[in-house]
Design a protein around this ligand. Structure first.
Ligand code: FAD
Ligand code: NAD
Length: 471
């Protein structure tokens, strides 16, 4: 009899876990994956990336029809009305198809799906739904959950004070939605409900939106969202939310302290970040501690400090992104199989799927300067506005720019930032270039199809040397 039931047991079937399980099975390892949810795919497929993008896409189409964008192209519509139930149904259909797709892939690759929450007994024994399961290697991929705001009670069923899961499932368009947190979730879901007719106010603690992105991008983001009709309350914190009937009253204060004021809303979205999820996992049973930020630390190979126990995805340090979790899932499986699985954490693109999209990879200008000890001559920056890009101009998409940051001596690309209707797709080229150690000259001398938005990246790369053509 084999010493263990499985070679690999993955806990959590999100992008980190399900990808690790499939890759491990592909490499010939006997693999199981446990998840407490009814369906596979984790946060991303069930209540994250996929449903949010379904509503972003649907609401963008609605706004184009309703706000005169179609008329711009000579397309006349009758009165445009919203069938929110149908929009929510198409969202659920996308989720159903994609979570079902993972179930199909598990069957195809012979990954056993264990339904239930898993808890460690020891480093090689886990209990799932009352059953003991043993494995030579256990991968923790339990993801993250919403960071609560002290004193603010989220009730997704009531639909007044909600988190992202509640904001994805609203059955009415709020009159006034206040979003607490001007990060990715706040701006994506705030955009959805603004396009569908809500007045949206974003309350952000910091003096700019989108922390972590390049300074120029953050400044431009504030301008763009204001222009779209969002009210922005920057450098402001929420100190309390009281709900009476269907109305929430928020108390706001300047972040630095000062006079407080109140704001009324019929929907409040709390989106102040996410934190690693390890509740009920029994880490104490295997002597595994989390760090100050609640994360499980790993080495470069995704090994934890406990032999045989590995971890990937949102539960470990790094950006909380599905593609980062997926790449780590592949790498951990390869490392368990004795191959060399590597993730280059310096080149992980990030995208905000609003209109326009905001995307970046590598260092911000601010971080590049810090890395150069503040020496401004150590970096070169090239920028090109979408206004001067023929395709963006033809499509009536004037907002945005591409910015390339390169090392002044070697010309190696350090970071690329982009605001454009299709920035999320454009940034893939920049990531590939950086992965191959490209210089800005390499990008500038690469032939780009015309007319495409991607030509703006070529021109921004040319601008690093000070010689774009179309500006
Ligand atoms: P998760 O996807 O969180 O999966 C963890 C799974 O583990 C869950 O299914 C959970 O039920 C299960 N689990 C936890 N504990 C146990 C246990 N003890 N036993 C069994 N199972 C357990 N990222 C992007 O890159 N692009 C996007 O567009 C994007 N949009 C997002 C939109 C929203 C609204 C949200 C909330 C997040 C979004 N993200 C996006 C982030 C993305 O969802 C996460 O980075 C990604 O899901 C992390 O994958 P993971 O596998 O680490 O964890
Ligand atoms: P976030 O970290 O992106 O933004 C949270 C914002 O809330 C920050 O700007 C922060 O300054 C602000 N904040 C914190 N406390 C506050 C307070 N008391 N009052 C006002 N503002 C406050 O977090 P998020 O938007 O909740 O998203 C969580 C995670 O999910 C992110 O790490 C992101 O990577 C991931 N996500 C990614 C995507 C995507 O890739 N498109 C989409 C959604 C979520």
């Amino acid at each position: 009899m084999a010493e263990y039931d499985y070679d690999v047991l993955v806990i959590g079937a999100g992008p980190g876990g399900y990808v690790a399980a499939i890759r491990a099975a592909q490499l010939g390892l006997k693999t199981a994956c446990a998840d407490g949810r009814e369906t596979l795919g984790g946060t991303c497929l069930n209540v994250g990336c996929i449903p949010s993008k379904a509503l972003l896409h649907g609401s963008e189409k609605f706004a184009e029809a309703a706000d005169g964008t179609f008329a711009h192209y000579g397309i006349k519509t009758g009165p445009v009305t919203l069938d929110l139930e149908a929009m929510q149904a198409q969202k659920l259909d996308s989720v159903r198809q994609l979570t079902g797709g993972i179930e199909f892939l598990f069957k195809k690759n012979k990954v056993s799906w264990l339904k239930g929450y898993a808890a460690f007994e020891d480093a090689h024994t886990v209990v799932v739904a009352g059953q003991k399961v043993t494995a030579k290697n256990v991968v923790i991929a339990t993801g993250s959950s919403v960071t609560p705001l002290p004193g603010v009670v989220v009730d997704n069923d009531a639909g007044i004070v909600v988190d992202s899961t509640g904001a994805l499932a609203l059955d009415r368009v709020p009159n006034h939605m206040v979003v607490i947190g001007g990060g990715v979730i706040g701006l994506e879901l705030g955009s959805v409900w603004r396009r569908l007719g809500a007045k949206v106010t974003v309350v952000e603690f910091l003096d700019q939106l989108l922390p972590g992105m390049d300074g120029d991008v953050r400044k431009e983001a504030a301008k763009i969202f204001k222009k779209q009709g969002m009210e922005l309350r920057l450098s402001t914190k929420v100190t309390g939310v009281a709900v009476r009937g269907k109305t929430a009253t928020l108390t706001l204060e300047p972040s630095a302290g000062g006079t407080s004021e109140t704001l009324e809303a019929d929907c409040v979205l709390v989106a102040i970040g996410r934190r690693p999820f390890v509740d009920g996992l029994g880490l104490e049973k295997i002597g595994l501690d989390v760090n100050k930020r609640g994360q499980i630390e790993t080495d470069h190979d995704f090994r934890t400090s406990v032999p045989g126990v590995w971890a990937v995805g949102d539960v470990i340090p790094g950006p909380m992104l599905a593609h980062k979790a997926e790449d780590e899932g592949i790498a951990v499986a390869e490392n368990i199989a004795g191959l060399t699985g590597i993730v280059n954490h310096a080149v992980i693109p990030g995208v905000v799927y609003t209109f326009p999209e905001f995307a970046g990879v590598g260092l911000t200008e601010e971080a590049a300067l810090v890395a150069a000890d503040g020496d401004k001559t150590a970096i070169k920056v090239g920028k090109f506005p979408m206004l001067a890009n023929s395709r963006a101009k033809t499509n009536h998409e004037p907002d945005g720019f591409v910015k390339v940051i390169a090392d002044a001596k070697t010309d190696r690309v350090l970071g690329v930032w982009c605001i454009a209707s299709v920035a999320g797709s454009m940034i893939a080229e920049a990531a590939l270039a950086m992965e191959f150690g490209a210089t800005s000259e390499d990008i500038a001398y690469t032939c780009h199809a015309h007319p495409t938005h991607a030509e703006a990246l070529k021109e921004a790369a040319m601008a690093v040397m000070g010689k774009p053509i179309h500006m």
